[in-house]
Design a protein around this ligand. Structure first.
Ligand SMILES: Nc1ncnc2c1ncn2[C@@H]1O[C@H](COP(=O)(O)OP(=O)(O)OP(=O)(O)O)[C@@H](O)[C@H]1O
Length: 295
């Protein structure tokens, strides 16, 4: 059963659903017989209730595949995925996915986009409208509530996207590199908005990235993935107090320790991939070597 966390501070919401996902010995292959490609192999981990779990791994290792399996868009070749003990057999409103591509409807204003889900379910109530206003405020878009997506910057669109997912009160949010492609400063701003939203609600979040600073700034727990076919290589706890500040990334010793450990593990995985001829791994190995040389 999902634990219900009382959150009197969230107007219009009242309670936050927070589920727990268990991924048990999951494998996923594409293609058949001699063309079969193993993408995920015997992978197990838990996305703990009320925590922000971040998955980081080499480019192309199978992270998006895992998100699609957890969302129920695809089925594992073997193994099971459960949410609060119930097997995932298809998509559901209890697991909402935010992708890097914008899914905002261009003909709707920011407010209309956010209210789309509740309206579609016949829940256009004073409470949901109050929650929509709260979310607009939290993502800094109150002044832009009546603008259309093409009148918003890239960062604003991603913030509207977050609010549009959160209003549906899923028990787990799944985010697949939602800030990829944004410039460095906009990205950092997004981390602050997103972390504040997480801290306010303590909803279970699962976030996939290839950006080590993003991973450490956001995570309670960090899953380091192996090269393809992927599984969990290590789980690192990120014990930096919240709310976090960007300067923690450079000033907090715990952040630096986790970063060095994570980079070292990722480097080993990238080297394996590099040996297999991967261009993305070669880029990572070069960037890592430069970073180490600078220290
Ligand atoms: N539907 C599919 N059919 C065949 N192969 C697939 C399919 N989906 C993914 N793959 C393969 O699985 C591998 C992993 O892809 P995936 O997108 O899950 O990795 P990723 O870690 O999310 O990558 P990135 O970090 O670059 O976003 C890739 O080699 C990809 O080509």
């Amino acid at each position: 059963m999902a634990t219900v966390l009382k959150t009197a501070s969230v107007p219009g919401l009242g309670k936050v659903q927070a589920g727990e996902i268990e991924v048990s010995s999951v494998s996923k292959s594409y293609g058949v017989q001699q063309f079969a490609k193993d993408v995920v192999k015997d992978c197990s981990f838990t996305v703990q209730r009320h925590k922000l779990t971040v998955m980081i791994g080499p480019s192309g290792c199978g992270k998006s595949t895992l998100i699609r399996l957890m969302a129920g868009f695809e089925r594992p070749t073997s193994g099971t995925i459960t949410i609060d003990g119930k097997q995932v057999v298809g998509p559901s409103h209890d697991r909402l996915v935010v992708f890097q591509e914008t899914a905002l409807f261009p003909w709707m204003t920011t407010y209309e986009n956010i209210m789309y889900g509740p309206k579609a379910r016949g829940e256009d109530t004073p409470k949901t409208r109050e929650f929509a206003e709260f979310l607009l405020d939290k993502v800094g878009l109150t002044q832009f509530r009546d603008k259309y997506p093409n009148q918003l910057s890239g960062g604003m669109q991603r913030r509207a996207e977050l609010a549009r997912a959160m209003i549906n009160n899923p028990s787990v949010m799944l985010l697949d590199e939602p800030f990829r492609g944004l410039d460095a400063m906009t990205k950092e701003l997004m981390w602050e908005y997103y972390a504040a939203l997480f801290e306010e609600t303590r909803r279970t979040n699962f976030f996939v990235t290839t950006d080590i600073d993003e991973a450490i700034f956001l995570a309670d727990r960090l899953l380091i993935m192996t090269n393809i076919p992927t599984r969990v290589r290590a789980v690192l706890e990120v014990n930096i107090p919240r709310p976090r500040k960007l300067k923690d990334l450079v000033e907090d010793d715990r952040a630096n320790d986790v970063k060095m450990e994570a980079l070292s593990l990722l480097h080993e995985e990238a080297m394996k991939s590099f040996a297999g001829g991967s261009k993305a791994a070669a880029d990572f190995v070069e960037a890592y070597s430069r970073r180490i040389a600078k220290r």
